[in-house]
Design a protein around this ligand. Structure first.
Ligand code: GLA
Length: 392
């Protein structure tokens, strides 16, 4: 995707949202905001262990326009990718009716933000549109949360710092959709920067922008286009298993654990599965720090090796991959021009990131199309800016 195509994408979304707002609410919106999806380069299932992660913000955005409506009711209209329009209303945080999670599921992301918005917020009308692929592990949920938060900042004049914004949006996701996510998605979606990856220390919540100067290389994102229907317990279970390992070591999180600590866990006869999770976390934190370091020296061969190691660990030790993701990584492994590949995001479907020679990208797409049993979707990751207001 070229920059021009991206700019057109955002402009088209804005037009669509404004037109819909005028058609439904009979006036112009007062403000608009957007927030991007993200792809994580490395540091997977690590944020909730207070480790390091290295995501980039994508050129796809969720865009929301709206106005306060002088009532205590929030009225939302969402235009889906298919063109279908869905609507819902719920009480604002200034209503006497309590704001609770419930159907429709998509509104919970927004309700959670309203409930956690500092100082509360009265009723508002809003239209949401998005080109962030849904259910692809590209953080469409954080994009909705952070875009909504940014709009509410503009409507109320109440602003918070970026880290606080990310934390409140994470809290919204814990409390309303009920997903006990780490901080990575909301953080990068808030603070992404064009042409940079963000090395986030999920303990101190400090971060460092790492220039993505890839030269003749590119990061190809392959969406497997599968999302396995799981019970929803897998993610919280991984979190709990990691916490169990930390507790057994007497540590607040696995961030402080060393490879030698695995011997201590073995001596305590800790469950084999817990041991596997702990090994993944300890080694993945080290891999992520190393990628942050070697990217600065442009040692992309090493970055690629670490991508493969990360994938194998996620597949075998963390057990969050699936046959489709494994197959795509296997197709990439050894293909001409590929330096490394790994699943990205929460897992059980979603995307693979591949570091490869730009000149081979088209051939790689053909290779995957000819061998992968599913229907993949490709794009080249272009590190983009985080959440922002849009000029109406
Ligand atoms: C999901 C969560 C993140 C992170 C990733 C795995 O995207 O929302 O907090 O834990 O999974 O790295």
């Amino acid at each position: 995707m070229s920059n021009e195509a991206i700019a057109k994408g955002e402009a088209a979304l804005l037009r669509q949202a404004r037109d819909k707002f005028v058609a439904v609410f009979g006036r112009q919106p007062a403000a608009g905001a957007c927030a991007p999806g993200r792809v994580n380069l490395i540091g997977e299932h690590i944020d909730y262990c207070e480790g390091f992660v290295l995501p980039v913000a994508l050129p796809f955005v969720t865009l929301i326009v709206g106005s306060l409506n002088n009532t205590t009711e929030c009225n939302l209209v969402s235009v889906l990718g298919t063109g279908e329009v869905v609507t819902t209303s719920f009480p604002s945080s200034k209503s006497s009716v309590p704001l609770v999670p419930g159907a429709p599921a998509w509104a919970n992301y927004i309700k959670g933000v309203v409930a956690n918005f500092p100082g509360g917020v009265g009723g508002f009308d809003a239209v949401i549109v998005s080109d962030v692929p849904m259910g692809a592990g590209l953080s469409s949920s954080a994009a909705i949360e952070v875009a909504t938060f940014t709009l509410l900042e503009a409507l109320t004049g109440n602003k918070v710092g970026p880290v606080q914004k990310a934390k409140l949006c994470q809290k919204a996701e814990h409390e309303f959709p009920g997903m006990p996510c780490g901080i990575m998605d909301q953080y990068i979606v808030t603070m992404g920067k064009k042409d940079h990856a963000l090395l986030i220390d999920c303990r101190s919540l400090e971060s460092q922008q790492i220039p993505m100067e890839l030269g003749d290389l590119a990061v190809l994102v392959t969406n497997s286009n599968v999302k396995h229907q799981l019970t929803g317990s897998e993610y919280p279970q991984r979190r709990a298993q990691c916490q169990e390992a930390a507790d057994r070591l007497g540590l607040p999180s696995l961030r402080d654990a060393k490879v030698e600590d695995l011997e201590k866990l073995k001596a305590q006869k800790v469950d084999e599965v817990v041991l596997m999770r702990a090994r993944h976390v300890i080694e993945e934190i080290a891999r992520t720090e190393e990628v942050g370091r070697v990217m600065k020296n442009k040692d992309f061969k090493r970055v690629g090796e670490l991508f493969y190691q990360s994938h194998d660990s996620l597949s075998q030790l963390m057990q969050v991959s699936c046959p489709e993701l494994d197959q795509i990584v296997d197709i990439m492994r050894g293909a001409p021009g590929v330096l490394g590949a790994r699943m990205t995001g929460g897992g059980f479907g979603g995307c693979v990131v591949t570091l490869a020679k730009k000149s081979e990208i088209e051939n790689l797409k053909k290779l995957v199309l000819s061998q992968y049993k599913g229907k993949p979707i490709f794009f080249v990751s272009q590190p983009s800016d985080g959440a922002r207001l849009v000029k109406l």
